[in-house]
Design a protein around this ligand. Sequence first.
Ligand SMILES: C[S@@+](CC[C@H](N)C(=O)[O-])C[C@H]1O[C@@H](n2cnc3c(N)ncnc32)[C@H](O)[C@@H]1O
Length: 453
Amino acid sequence: MMVDWLFKPRSPKPIDTVLDPGCGTGEFIDGILRWCKHMGLAPPSITGVESDSRHMPVLLDKYKKNRAVRVEHADFLADGHRKFDFVVGNPPYVAITSLSESEKAEYRARYATARGRFDLYLLFFEKALSSLAPGGRLVFITPEKYLYVETAGPLRNLLSHFHVEAIRFVREDTFGKLVTYPTVTVMNNAMPGPTQIVRRDNTTTTVSLPLGKDSWLPLLEGESSPNGAITLSDVCLRISCGVATGADDVFVQPMDGLDPTIRRFSYPTLAGRELTPTTVDLKNRFVMLIPYDTNCRLLPMEKLGSLGRYLMRGDIRRRLLARRCVRRKPWHAFHETPMLRDILRPKILCKDICEKPHFWVDRSGRIVPRHSIYYIVPHEPDAVDAIAGYLQSPAAQEWLTRNCQHAAKGFLRLQSRALQRLPLPDDVALAIAGKGIMRRVRSHAQQAEPSFM
Ligand SMILES: C[S@@+](CC[C@H](N)C(=O)[O-])C[C@H]1O[C@@H](n2cnc3c(N)ncnc32)[C@H](O)[C@@H]1O
């Protein structure tokens, strides 16, 4: 299917060149050869680049008699500036956590897309774009995340200067059990033009992608924020994902039987799975042991008393030291600093993945949400019920369903970016925040950068 899209506007000639970066054992190369045979055409000159030596015997054996195919055992991301008429492939999805420090540093120095917690497929995209001859075409299958995650902003910026012809959301089970929300991007090395969006339910639309780094999701979902509308982020202090300790088995403990001497470091906690639509009282069975003060400062061991002694226990210390996420932090730190100053306030909770958006109110402000929960902290503690009421309304639910990313089996992912952008009708905004904020927000609507995580 992808090869068909690659050659749709023009069939390749034998003098044309095709690149498959990260060719594995040659799935795409075989696809091109099959396509050409089916069309009765001589194949173009195909180059497969693969860094994993384990694939080499298969590749070399398979193509040893085929003069159209050339296989290179090389790092595609290394130096080299050859141009190709076509690029097709399935680049590696390798998260930054699997890279060595020297690899990360080298990629950051050489690739505009190696920013934040980048993934290798972003870099493959960048290198593949720079390998396209003028008028050349590219078809890549990648996770759909690049369309909206902040880390992929530099890639969106790069792509927005080319003609992205189509973005096709393909079936979630394309890679079997590996759920990656795959997307096929079809583009050519020409000036930007209209982009056809083909959604998983086969509905289509044509859009004009914006230049720059902004998320493409609102556009792809067919929604644009009304200009100057007051959004949830305008009336909130924080909209964030719950606390990631990096070792919940160590830091989250049953409330019953908790050592009384450790209690002063314990906070009631809830995970997404403990929240159901029928939950009214937020009763917790677990507590989170938090070695931080309410100003978000990590406490030194000598100030942690019996919590410190527990963390120092051989097995626990080894478990914490084994976490990759704290290599550059003290060994007893959390994966992310818990923002207790903001968390311990009246707030609204929702699950990160849900069948239908549902919101719970923590009026007491005592719950510390786990990583599977998002929390929404209004500027005005008294507005917590009014905001939750609006979030639960059909209008807000409909907007969220259209603007949040879709997970498997029709589930939704509520992410802070989408929650932040939720427009509030004027009457709701007025009731929640008063006229002052409406004036302030309207006058800053164009410049404001939300200070949320
Ligand atoms: C997702 S697999 C795709 C394999 C094949 N194209 C397919 O679709 O079946 C990505 C491939 O890229 C290779 N790879 C990873 N990093 C690479 C690099 N820096 N240079 C070349 N190949 C790389 C991996 O070894 C793997 O075979």
